[in-house]
Every structure is written in C-alpha cells, then in structure tokens.
Design a protein around this ligand. Structure first.
Ligand code: ACO
Length: 331
C-alpha cells in the first residue's frame, strides 16, 4: 500500500476528561430509566461532562500537552495539527485555537469532521502527509463535547454520551507502523444519526429573507445504528487486516470506538478475539465520540497494558454514516 518507503509511528498519547460526573442514578431524575437498564444494555455506569467554564479547546489542549510530553516533542517541532471533532467551540474550526494555545508556531492546523470515526479518519489523513514526506511530526486530537447537543429529555440518547479528548503524536518512521487501513461512508443512511441545522427565516427587507437558524439536538435511531455497527465493523476490520497482511491471531488488542459494551462484545465474538484482548473503558466515560479511541488507548498505555510493538486493531463508526479501521503497532 505504501509506495514511498516513508512511514509513521505513534510515539505518544494523552487524554483529558472533565471533572463533572453524571452517574446513571443522576439520569433517573431526568428521564424514565434505571441504572440496571443502562448498565445491562450499554455497559455505561457514568459519563463526564464539561461545566460552564470549560470548553472543547481546553480539553483538547490538555490531552495534547500530555501526548507531547510522552513523545518528548515540543509544540514548535510540530508540522501539522488535526483536530477530529463534531463539536468545535467555533464553527470555523477550533484546531487553530489549540495551535495558538500550544505555541505550535510552525504547524498548520485544521478540523476534521467524521463523528465517531473522526480519530481513525484523522489517523489515515495524517499518514498521507507523512508517507509523501510533506510533514514529519503530526499531532492528532480526537475531542468531542456532545453534552452540548444531547436532548436531556430523550432516554434513548442522553444515557449514552459523554465529553472527553484524546491525542496522539505521530512521527515519520521506517518501517511504517500503520500496517493497513480501510475507510467507508454511506450517506444514504445519514438520517439514522443526525445533529442537523434547523433553518429559521429572518426577514431583512420585503425582498430579502435569509436563514438564521441553529442546530437541533442529537437524533438517533439506536436500533439501526446498532445493526449497522455489528454488521459493518467486523467486516471492515477483516479488510484492514487483509491489507496489513496480518491474521486475527496476531492482533494483541482490539480497540473499538467505545459506543456500547454489547457492540464491543458482538464485534469481538464475530472476529473470534477473546474478551481479554478487548480494550474497554466506556463504563466510566460513555460514548465520547471522536475522543473515545485515543482516550482508551491512553489509559491502556499508561496502565502498562499496551506495550511497545503490540499490534492494535482499531475501528471507529458512527454518524455519516462513517466507519473505518486501522491496524497499527504501538510505539
Ligand atoms: N431506559 C429505560 N428504557 C429505555 C431506555 C432507557 N434509557 N431507552 C430506551 N428504552 C426502552 C425503549 O423505549 C423500548 O421500550 P418498548 O419496548 O416499550 O418500546 C425498550 O427500552 C427497548 O428499546 P431499544 O431501542 O430496543 O433498546 P436497545 O436494546 O436497542 O438499546 C441503545 C438502545 C442502547 C441506544 C442501542 O440501540 C445502541 O447502543 N445503539 C447504538 C448506538 C451507537 O452505537 N451509536 C454509535 C454512534 S454515536 C456517533 O456517531 C455520535
């Protein structure tokens, strides 16, 4: 797949979550639900949400600092910053705010939107710049604050989401540690998971009417998204493994987007990967969208579970619909 001989390695990771915790019991005062229902159907026990004084950019900045520290790279060494998010502080993009707050004066920065697949799409995007030799050091952040857009009266969705940020530092290396990938989109099923713009006409003059709306809340057809995930995710991981020329037995860790424990179990069962190799932390954080994969990676690396040279099969999936898998070696 890689013709240039140039490659990359992930040499640092970091994460950040807000202080405020919402437990399942807290949610029972908002909607008709129970800790028992939420834990058995999703595996989630609590989630973190940002307070009035916190922001997406702050979380992303903290995660980035931790990742740079582990990688022993200074912000001035960075060539590129990609912020995978669907919930920027500024619709024009928040990556530049992070570039400025870090003091990454040589880096170009942009946002990338692919919902819960954002981290995997960002990893593959970064790899293209690195394999062509354009950029040597890249900071990739996955961060989302979906609590801003959750309908707290909808028990089908408000139980699932939490806020967080995770980051990785990529450095040009040979041999390439990104062994294979596969990405997919299916916009014809986009209506199953949306956070859409809602137009409100504003009359400027008798001849001119413009739109001055805002965004609605998250809408999800949970059953359809669930079916999509358990069907498509194993297939795309198998395709990425094939491209990496790796068998499923050679995978040390399965690192899925942390959406629902039942999805993690169904995918690992289909792939015949034992649960001891499945990384999961959604119990504490819920679904943090683009942050969930680097957040779980960071915990697993810092706890000593994931070791240098380990082969990780990761997959993101979600709104769009989008989904993607990448096989890489840690460190
Ligand atoms: N508490 C109690 N009961 C509930 C709750 C709740 N929080 N939510 C739904 N129910 C009820 C329903 O009303 C329904 O009742 P009924 O039978 O009387 O109609 C019953 O429980 C079963 O509902 P289902 O929707 O069938 O429940 P299911 O087992 O499918 O679980 C869930 C719902 C957890 C949302 C599941 O469908 C799911 O995880 N879907 C995938 C979500 C996902 O992975 N999203 C990832 C992408 S996110 C992104 O890209 C931003």
């Amino acid at each position: 797949m890689n013709q240039t001989g140039l490659g990359l390695a992930i040499i640092g990771c970091g994460s950040a979550t807000p202080q405020e915790v919402i437990t399942n019991d807290h949610l029972t005062s908002l909607v008709d639900t129970s800790d028992e229902w939420i834990s058995t159907r999703t595996g989630i026990r609590s989630r973190r949400v940002i307070s009035e004084t916190e922001s997406l950019s702050q979380l992303a900045h903290q995660a980035a600092i931790a990742a740079l520290d582990m990688a022993k790279i200074t912000p001035a060494d960075l060539d590129l910053i990609i912020l995978a998010t669907s919930t920027p502080d500024d619709l024009f993009g928040s990556a530049n705010q992070i570039q400025a707050s870090l003091g990454a004066t040589h880096a170009v920065a942009f946002d990338l939107t692919a919902a819960c697949s954002g981290f995997v799409f960002g990893l593959v995007t970064a790899a293209q710049f690195m394999r062509t030799g354009v950029y040597r050091r890249v900071l990739l952040i996955g961060a989302d604050v979906l609590s801003r857009w959750v309908d707290w009266s909808d028990r089908g969705t408000c139980i699932l989401f939490g806020d967080g940020a995770g980051a990785v530092v990529l450095e040009q290396r040979s041999p390439d540690q990104l062994l294979g990938f596969e990405l997919r989109s299916n916009g014809s099923q986009r209506q199953d998971l949306t956070l859409g713009y809602q137009s409100q006409p504003q009359i400027l003059s008798p001849e001119i009417t413009v739109q001055q709306g805002g965004y609605t809340k998250i809408f999800m057809n949970g059953k359809e998204v669930y079916k999509f995930a358990v069907q498509q995710v194993p297939e795309i991981i198998e395709k990425a493994l094939f491209r990496a020329n790796i068998t499923v037995d050679q995978v040390d860790w399965l690192l899925l987007h942390q959406a629902n424990q039942r999805i993690l179990d169904a995918v690992s069962d289909r792939l015949k990967i034992p649960s001891s190799k499945v990384l999961s932390n959604l119990r504490h954080y819920g679904n943090t969208s683009a942050a969930s994969i680097p957040l779980a990676l960071d915990e697993a690396v810092r706890s000593g579970k994931v070791k240098p040279g380990d082969v990780i099969a990761t997959a993101g999936f979600g709104a769009g619909l989008t989904w993607g898998a990448a096989i890489f070696k840690w460190g």
